[in-house]
Design a protein around this ligand. Sequence first.
Ligand code: ZN
Ligand code: ZN
Length: 108
Amino acid sequence: MSTEVPAPIAKLRRGQALSDLEAAAAKLWLAYGGAEADRDGILRRAVKAHWASRTGRDPYWDFLATRDRCVTCGEGYTLENLAICPNCLKTYCYRHKRECPCGHVPLG
Ligand SMILES: [Zn+2]
Ligand SMILES: [Zn+2]
């Protein structure tokens, strides 16, 4: 597993805005242990602010309900049922969520 910080996290640290997919990847990364590298909570607040800026009752879950495909087999799933690489944002089904070629482990 890569020890490098995923690209969307690096963007957040530079104060850059994220796409919804990047923000979902950042949220997953924090949930899967990245929060330890965010002791001051700056990243968590930035991700929260991203979703708060979107419309709808629960924009994060609304976004996860959109459909995408596994980059390996092409099967379509909702994002909720795909693993997302926190770095390059490729999406993988449960059968193909091994280490991403970019060196990061798909999460979700
Ligand atoms: Zn697949
Ligand atoms: Zn990747």
